[in-house]
Design a protein around this ligand. Structure first.
Ligand SMILES: NC(=O)c1ccc[n+]([C@@H]2O[C@H](COP(=O)([O-])OP(=O)(O)OC[C@H]3O[C@@H](n4cnc5c(N)ncnc54)[C@H](OP(=O)(O)O)[C@@H]3O)[C@@H](O)[C@H]2O)c1
Length: 331
């Protein structure tokens, strides 16, 4: 089958003829109809995750899929041939930039009936990230205040809508041209990160979702109330993440060291910092499906590429200007 692969880290994305997926007894074989793009694809290509996620090369890229069930393993109970499904496959089993992929049943859900396959493919990774940050880790409650950075991006567009559904007041950072767009998504307070300093404008917040790291994360700690929490998805990683991914003790120590400065700063301010690396979850996706079909969450697809344009699509991840998500569409 046709797929887009990396043969060596930092090398180009290339089209290749690859073997058909192996379908285990708990797996569902999916005909890929659309595949969402994520900065993670580019980071994996560039080798940024090679120590944490030691993939075997050549590797089929792609972390989001929507498509049709073509076959099921002997022990699969929840899906039937022809079902329209979507998933962020487990991190060790990625490869959605291909004609077909085998996905563990536990990572899959029926796609929301009210949206297209392209829209569905835009959701899993970013919606699960928003869910795990705001619901699971952040325990965001009605009346609380949350600052969501990069509100016009893939994670931001979903996180704003989810935070509003949870009853929170939402501040977000975007460039000026996206201010009205994020207000329409529900943001209460919009900050233009190019001309304004968010640290001077918000204070006493309960939660920050940071997708930029560095100085942005440091400043984010200072807008929290005592006891507040910053959740970083762009790093630095912490030791808890090292345990989650089964890193060896040396790597875990290295991760703890990478985040020691920001954790120290947090401690001094009486707040906490946690790194989140989202994980696949069919159960959480089913809750997301329900929110989409009830009109709470609207997928935002800023651009659709043809499968043949996958190389260009991955390159586009470096270019600004796409609202929400870019998606690859298969015939
Ligand atoms: N750890 C995890 O599990 C996880 C999960 C998902 C994503 N991530 C990471 O999180 C980051 C964001 O992901 P994404 O998919 O949301 O990215 P994206 O869709 O590429 O969005 C990037 C957005 O960043 C905004 N931006 C750029 N500089 C900014 C600044 N200084 N302040 C505020 N906003 C700024 C841009 O907004 P304007 O267009 O308005 O300028 C753009 O929309 C990536 O690094 C990704 O790899 C991590």
């Amino acid at each position: 089958m046709r797929a887009f692969v990396v043969k060596q880290y930092k090398g180009p994305v290339q089209q290749a003829d690859v073997p058909e997926p192996v379908v285990g007894e708990h797996d569902v074989l999916v005909q890929v109809r659309a595949a969402g793009l994520n900065m993670l694809d580019e980071k994996i290509r560039a080798g940024e995750f090679r120590r944490i996620l030691p993939y075997k090369l050549p590797l089929i890229l792609g972390n989001d899929v929507a498509g049709t069930v073509l076959g099921v393993g002997a022990k699969v109970r929840g899906f039937r041939l022809g079902d329209e499904v979507y998933a962020r496959p487990g991190k060790d089993r990625i490869g959605t930039f291909a004609e077909r992929i085998a996905v563990a049943e536990a990572d899959l859900a029926l796609k929301p009936a009210s949206v297209s396959l392209e829209e569905a493919a835009s959701l899993p990774l970013v919606a699960l990230t928003a869910w795990q940050a705001l619901v699971e880790r952040g325990n965001l409650q009605p009346g609380q205040r949350v600052l969501i950075h990069a509100g016009s991006g893939g994670v931001g567009t979903v996180a704003i809508q989810l935070a509003k559904y949870l009853g929170a007041t939402v501040a977000t950072t975007v460039s000026a041209g996206n201010a009205d767009f994020v207000r329409e998504l529900g943001a209460d307070f919009v900050i233009d990160y190019r001309s304004q300093d968010f640290e001077q404008l918000v204070e006493g917040y309960d939660l920050v979702l940071d997708s930029l790291g560095g100085k942005n994360l440091e400043k984010s700690l200072r807008v929290l109330r005592p006891g507040g929490k910053a959740i970083g998805i762009a790093g630095p990683p912490d030791a808890a993440f090292g345990r989650e991914v089964g890193a060896n003790p040396v790597l875990r120590l290295a991760m703890a060291a990478l985040s020691s400065r920001i954790r120290r700063q947090a401690r001094r301010l009486g707040v906490t910092y946690e790194f989140l690396f989202m994980r696949a979850s069919g159960d959480q996706l089913r809750q997301i499906t329900a929110l989409v079909d009830s009109g709470v969450l609207r997928p935002v697809v800023g651009r659709v590429f043809d499968f043949d344009q996958t190389v260009q699509a991955v390159q586009s991840l470096h270019k600004a200007g796409i609202r929400g998500k870019a998606v690859i569409s298969l015939p």
